[in-house]
Write a protein that binds this ligand. Structure first.
Ligand code: F6R
Length: 241
């Protein structure tokens, strides 16, 4: 595992964006795995800036997002569809048909999960996967206890995740309590992984995940066994590493 330490959240996102920019330039037809959340917004902004400066071309890039809420329309401003269009898709020359998120509105959610796995496989697998980390150690919406061999599936969100994410909804009751998520195996199969973390609230879980035992109780701990993981942290998140 490689650790890149930054002072601030902005610097952390800039360093993570450097990795993505280099990767896209070296392999313009890359398959990228993308995350939502508060942490990587500036990373996407930085990629947009580089695109606008003529330094990056997304025209042959394919993307797969980690997760989406069940039952939230794509137009809802807390859906991950909305987030990605707002944060990146609509601002660079990505081909809409090559940008994928699980469809949490699908009539048959199990079939949707299987189809998502097939689409990732058909695209040749994920070259570079971006991850954040939840305060409970989740990656994507793989909550503590999720088996390491899981593929894309439907999950019941834990009280910890509901508490953290419901603050972004107009009323907490509006937040769905189930979601579709890439599985632990799906993520682990990415050829390269970059995890970004910012803020003191992530410090304890980062220590547990990267320096504690590898266990499904701390989903991100699986990353200790991956051969190409880069952790990019700001000063507060990196306190114990
Ligand atoms: C988002 C995702 C989540 C977040 C994690 C951290 O697609 O899969 O695992 O990465 O909850 O979220 P933030 O960045 O809001 O702290």
């Amino acid at each position: 595992m490689k650790i890149i330490a930054a002072q601030t959240k902005a610097e952390m996102n800039g360093k993570a964006a450097d990795i993505f920019a280099k990767h896209i330039s070296a392999k313009p037809d890359s398959v990228l795995g993308l995350a939502t959340g508060e942490t990587p917004r500036e990373l996407y902004r930085s990629l947009i800036d580089r695109y606008e400066a003529g330094e990056l071309d997304f025209s042959r890039i394919t993307t797969f997002n980690l997760d989406e809420y069940v039952g939230l329309a794509p137009e809802h401003d807390q859906s991950y569809h909305y987030y990605m269009h707002d944060a990146l898709f609509d601002q660079v020359n990505l081909a809409p048909e090559r940008c994928h998120l699980p469809n949490g509105m699908a009539p048959d959610l199990d079939a949707e999960c299987r189809a998502y796995e097939e689409q990732i496989e058909a695209a040749g697998g994920i070259d570079l996967q971006l991850l954040g980390i939840g305060v409970n150690g989740h990656i994507a919406f793989n909550e503590p206890g999720t088996p390491f061999d899981s593929t894309t599936h439907q999950v019941q969100l834990t009280p910890s995740t509901i508490e953290v994410n419901s603050q972004y909804f107009a009323t907490p009751e509006e937040m769905p309590t189930t979601a579709l998520t890439m599985g632990m195996k799906t993520i682990f199969e990415a050829r390269r992984i970059v995890l970004v973390a910012s803020g003191a609230q992530k410090a304890d879980i980062l220590r547990a995940a990267f320096f504690g035992p590898v266990t499904p109780e701390v989903p991100a701990s699986i990353l200790q066994q991956h051969n190409d993981v880069t952790l990019v942290v700001d000063e507060a998140a990196g306190t114990y590493i």
